[in-house]
Design a protein around this ligand. Structure first.
Ligand code: NAI
Length: 327
């Protein structure tokens, strides 16, 4: 039996937390031979609800669950963790300005970055799910100067999975036959789901669908899918978000399939002309616990304009939180 690893989840009593924790404890994220100790962080008023979740986790008698730490102190929650899924955040409410949203989340992700810096394992893998995810990840990373910046990622895997599903439906195929879809940029409505390099059962995706569908249906539907789910369910996507978080971490640890890639928001070092430092959705391959940007893809004018639009939004978000980045 392997040594247990420590997995922190913030916002653990929330919707996504409820869909996520049981799957981590069942081995869906790190494998059926990897025991885990869950570190659950919540705000103080949510601790009673969190206790309920802890009771339910215990009641599952998961063979791989070797302990639970439940706390409202980030210094306790991140102590010696190998993985951290930062889910708890303050999503945008009605009438809230982006400036206010970024400010409130700065108050969450700057201290959490500091606590990770002080207490997490040096190889910790951090995934930010809580919105605005890319910029929250940037804030956490900037507040953790002793950790490798590459420890910090944000989630565009849900958008990636949505793109796979939509393309499979349109082409009458299955998602497992689709390769090399990319979601570039921000996890927001400016994201760019790119099919120029994608294939469906070995054939170029864009040869199977018409350009009008790609531009007028596919791209906006993927971009607006989160809003469509809120409208239908009266609540934001939770089980699919949790599933994407599991996929993101599992791929990071276990690697990408030969001949395929996934989309991850990771720190830019300038690839494809993106401003260095932004946490940007890129096509990546993963091997031996490390991710690498897929280089050398041809980017046409159509793609270039859309990548530039989502990069502009992320640069503006970064400008709005400059005072939280410690420089
Ligand atoms: P929720 O409101 O059900 O749960 C959030 C939980 O976080 C609450 O229990 C709250 O008490 C907790 N929390 C708030 N501040 C905290 C802090 N400082 N430390 C620890 N816990 C804290 O929300 P839900 O549905 O679980 O969504 C969580 C976040 O994920 C939201 O920001 C949402 O917008 C985002 N999201 C991101 C997606 C993505 O693809 N990146 C997809 C879907 C949702």
């Amino acid at each position: 039996m392997k040594t247990p690893v420590r997995v922190a989840v913030t916002g653990a009593a929330g919707q996504i937390g409820y869909a996520l924790l049981f799957r981590i404890a069942a081995g869906d994220m790190l494998g059926k031979d990897q025991p885990v100790i869950l570190h659950l962080l919540e705000i103080t008023p949510a601790l009673p609800a969190l206790q309920g979740v802890v009771m339910e986790l215990n009641d599952c008698a998961f063979p791989l669950l070797h302990g639970i730490v439940a706390t409202d102190d980030a210094n306790v929650a991140f102590k010696d963790v190998d993985f951290a899924l930062l889910v708890g955040s303050r999503p945008r409410g009605p009438g809230m300005e982006r400036k206010d949203l970024l400010e409130i989340n700065g108050g969450i992700f700057a201290p959490q970055g500091k606590a990770l810096n002080a207490h997490a394992k040096r190889h910790v893998k951090v995934l930010v799910v809580g919105n605005p995810a890319n910029t929250n990840a940037l804030i956490a990373q900037a507040n953790a100067p002793d950790l490798d910046p590459k420890c910090f990622t944000a989630m565009v895997r849900l958008d990636h999975n949505r793109a796979l599903s939509l393309l499979a439906e349109k082409t009458g195929t299955h998602t497992t036959g689709i390769r090399k879809v990319t979601v570039w940029g921000n996890h927001s409505s400016t994201q760019y789901p790119d099919l120029h390099h994608a294939s469906v059962d070995g054939k170029p995706a864009l040869a199977l669908v018409d350009q009008a569908w790609y531009e007028k249906d596919f791209i906006p539907v993927v971009q607006q899918r989160g809003a469509a789910i809120i409208k239908a369910r009266g609540a934001s996507s939770a089980a699919s978000a949790a599933s994407a978080a599991i996929d993101h971490m599992r791929t990071w640890v276990m690697g990408t399939a030969e001949g395929d890639w996934v989309s991850m928001s990771i720190p830019s070092e300038g690839s494809y002309g993106i401003a260095p430092g932004l946490i940007f959705g890129y096509p990546v391959t993963c091997k031996d616990g490390k991710y690498t940007i897929v280089q050398g893809l041809a980017i046409n004018e159509f793609s270039r304009a859309r990548i530039a639009a989502t990069e502009k939004e992320l640069r503006e978000e970064r400008a709005g939180v400059e005072h939280l980045l410690g420089r």
